[in-house]
Design a protein around this ligand. Structure first.
Ligand code: F0G
Length: 457
């Protein structure tokens, strides 16, 4: 097989800055062993997130110059609206400054105490916005999604039997919405099958529950469906995406992922009553309905990016480049979530560091070790991010202790990725020396962003 190459060439570059291991040890200590608190100039390869970190194309930059900054009725808005309508089929398009703004608006309108939101797995900001409204979020990932070491084609699926059971138990009237996250970010960047989306849509319709897609990575998910699901090999990415959205009543989207934008997002739906309530919130918190917290130029960049992301050559390169890193780690014996996700490789820190109990945060300990060893910034998706306390103050751990290496879109080359694999493998070879951590300071919601920790003696 020929090498799958980057389907672009580079017109503009930016420097990255080198630090020594001794400097990084000091930096980590000052940052409370939380790489969210590290100055980005002190990071060599930044795999913290694929969100807002994409390289924009020359076309997007050209679009930026065409941005119409009119307060109301901007031409850029209408181009943006048409693109979102064409891709999703939803008639009403509400721009917002990023995905969580769509979540905040939606859940403050339909959430509230005594209500349940069900998902394959809610992303952390989605869950936080649900909980902030007073509601409860329930994750129902499929069985194979919970075992990192066992590969399966659609580990992002929701468990539809469990979904029906929870609907019976809680009552459809107490469930304002079911949300399908594609790809399932917190569950390993794993895709959801068309069949699972269709079936979930059917169950929701049967019970009169609105069904929304968290569509941040809809193009990556569509590509996996094309590759892995019977009957889709000859369908185009836009056709697959359109079918996905056809089973849903609406979507939220962070354009910072599969739209190659550095900022932006939207809420798209068909329900006019709900849209009116959301737009009221939008005007109070984000801005007028034709810009929603964005500049006209951002709307242009998103509209262009949304079309570019569905290019088959790009998606083939994108999915392969993640798999390439995953393959290298698997070959070296590093326990990773299998198969590789669409935007990231997830290391199974619980399996790699069995000497660190979950209440000493093995994922975060590994995140720190990767930074110290090679200046790589990653993120823990485990008990620091999702852990809660019981009434006795004991940690209720997350289902998995993962470390996510999220790959920004069109940013790093193959040699950067080779370096990342070398660093991880070096850490893996001396993994027994890695120490657990304890929390010194934390906030009640989304504590992983700001917590300070220290290594255990
Ligand atoms: N939903 C999913 C599945 C996400 O991955 C994110 C963001 C959001 C919603 C919120 O969007 O950041 O634009 O407000 N994920 C980023 C990440 C932050 O690193 O995975 P946002």
């Amino acid at each position: 097989m020929q090498t799958i190459i980057e389907p672009f060439r580079i017109k503009s570059v930016e420097p990255i800055y080198f630090t020594t291991k001794a400097e990084r040890r000091d930096i980590l200590e000052k940052a409370g062993f939380n790489p969210f608190r590290i100055h980005a100039d002190h990071v060599l390869i930044d795999l913290l997130t694929d969100s807002g970190t994409s390289a924009m194309s020359s076309n997007q930059w050209a679009g930026i110059m065409q941005g119409d900054e009119s307060y109301a009725g901007s031409a850029s808005f209408f181009r943006f609206e048409k693109t979102v309508r064409d891709i999703t089929g939803f008639r009403i398009v509400i721009p917002v400054h990023q995905g969580r703004a769509a979540e905040k608006i939606l859940f403050s309108v339909i959430g509230g105490s005594g209500k349940y939101f069900i998902s394959n797995t809610l992303f952390d900001t989605t869950r936080a916005n649900i909980e902030f409204s007073g509601s409860t979020g329930i994750d129902l990932p499929c069985a194979e999604g919970k075992i990192p070491s066992v590969p399966a084609p659609f580990k992002g699926n929701i468990d539809t039997e469990a979904l029906e059971a929870v609907i019976r138990d809680k009552g459809a009237k107490n469930i304002p919405m079911v949300i399908m996250t594609i790809t399932n970010n917190s569950g390993g960047g794993q895709p959801v099958s068309m069949r699972n989306i269709r079936e979930t849509g059917r169950i929701c319709r049967q019970h009169g529950i609105p069904f929304f897609i968290d569509a941040c990575r809809f193009a990556e998910n569509s590509y996996f469906i094309r590759q892995r699901e019977e009957g889709y090999a000859d369908k185009s990415i836009p056709e697959i995406a359109r079918e996905i959205f056809s089973y849903a009543d609406g979507c939220t989207m962070s354009a910072k992922k599969d739209a190659f934008a550095n900022i932006g997002g939207f809420l798209a739906l068909d329900d006019l009553d709900l849209a009116i309530r959301c737009r009221n919130m939008l005007i109070i918190t984000e801005g007028f309905t034709t810009y929603g917290g964005l500049a006209g130029r951002d709307l242009e960049a998103i509209a262009i990016g949304l079309k570019e992301v569905m290019d088959e050559n790009y998606l083939a390169y994108r999915i392969r480049s993640i798999e390439y890193l995953g393959d290298k780690l698997v070959k070296a014996g590093v326990p990773v979530m299998q198969p590789a996700g669409g935007h990231a490789v997830y290391i199974d820190a619980k399996a790699m560091l069995p000497h660190i109990p979950v209440d000493a945060y093995p994922g975060q300990a590994l995140v720190c070790a990767l930074y110290e060893e090679g200046g790589i910034r990653s993120v823990e998706i485990g008990s620091l991010m999702f852990g809660k306390y019981d009434q006795g103050g004991r940690l209720l751990p997350a289902a998995m202790e993962l470390v996510r290496l999220a790959i920004p879109r069109r940013v790093y080359t193959q040699s950067h990725i080779d370096y990342v694999a070398e660093v991880i493998i070096a850490v893996f070879r001396h993994k027994e020396c890695i120490k657990g951590l304890r929390i010194l300071e934390e906030t009640p919601l989304l504590r992983h962003f700001t917590a300070r920790l220290e290594p255990l003696k």
